[in-house]
Design a protein around this ligand. Structure first.
Ligand SMILES: [Zn+2]
Length: 239
């Protein structure tokens, strides 16, 4: 093969590999939609796999009809309802969504007390308490949840509440952080079950140990990365 032909051939292989990669990313079977719901604008996330039609919903705090309609529009069947913690703005719509879809609710058992305080939580906000029920499954530390092709590991990160968890989607380099870590801030610890030393410990040992490029989707506000928070979050500076 002449030098010229060889270069031409290599170029065409490169082009083929690249087009395959482009194709993979364009036709990626993952649906990932995060949008704020309810008066406290809790970030609710829908994840779906277009190849098998499976979906999970994380923190359906409110606007359940909208979430349910979106699942139907996308042609997805709900498999799990995952709750990062039992504050009303994150868990408020879970039972309604379970009734509409039959999907089980997952919540860490250390937040059971908070779940039972729903009337008190509603009174803090001056709203009617939503109907709640005990979860079907315990979102215990180390458990694998999520879609079969996009699994997540549960990280128990107490501090904002006793049963707060983050969901680490390692293959996607992404963590759903609930109200534990925000862009430039951390979760409040002045509500029942909150503990300011514990939330720092949880973030330091369970979140800042993740790779810098890990995308963080917090329970409120914009997304960030572990690296950005490690460098600039004023609450995580060494004393
Ligand atoms: Zn909260």
């Amino acid at each position: 093969m002449s030098h010229h032909q060889d270069i031409k051939r290599r170029r065409s292989i490169d082009a083929h590999v690249r087009s395959q990669l482009d194709c993979d990313s364009m036709t990626s079977s993952l649906i990932l939609e995060t949008f704020p719901v309810g008066p406290l604008q809790c970030n609710c996330t829908i994840m779906g796999d277009q190849t098998n039609g499976e979906a999970i919903v994380i923190d359906p705090g409110d606007e359940v009809d909208r979430i349910h309609r979106r699942l139907a529009d996308l042609g997805l069947k709900l498999k799990q309802i995952l709750i990062t913690h039992a504050h009303i703005d994150h868990v408020g719509g879970a039972l309604k969504l379970r009734k509409l879809t039959g999907a089980p609710i997952f919540l860490n058992e250390d937040d059971m007390l908070l779940l039972q305080m729903m009337a008190t939580q509603a009174a803090w906000l001056g709203i009617q308490p939503p109907e709640v029920a005990p979860p079907d499954e315990n979102l215990s530390d180390g458990r694998q949840v999520g879609l079969s092709s996009y699994p997540a590991t549960v990280l128990h990160t107490p501090g904002h509440t006793e049963g707060s968890v983050c969901l680490h989607f390692a293959p996607l380099k992404m963590v759903i952080a609930g109200d534990t870590l925000f862009a430039g801030s951390i979760g409040r610890t002045d509500l029942p079950g909150g503990n300011s030393e514990q939330i720092i410990e949880s973030i330091q040992t369970r979140l800042l140990t993740l790779p810098d490029e890990t995308r963080v989707l917090p329970g409120h506000g914009p997304s960030t990365t572990i690296g950005a928070e490690r460098k600039t979050n004023p609450f995580l500076r060494p004393y």
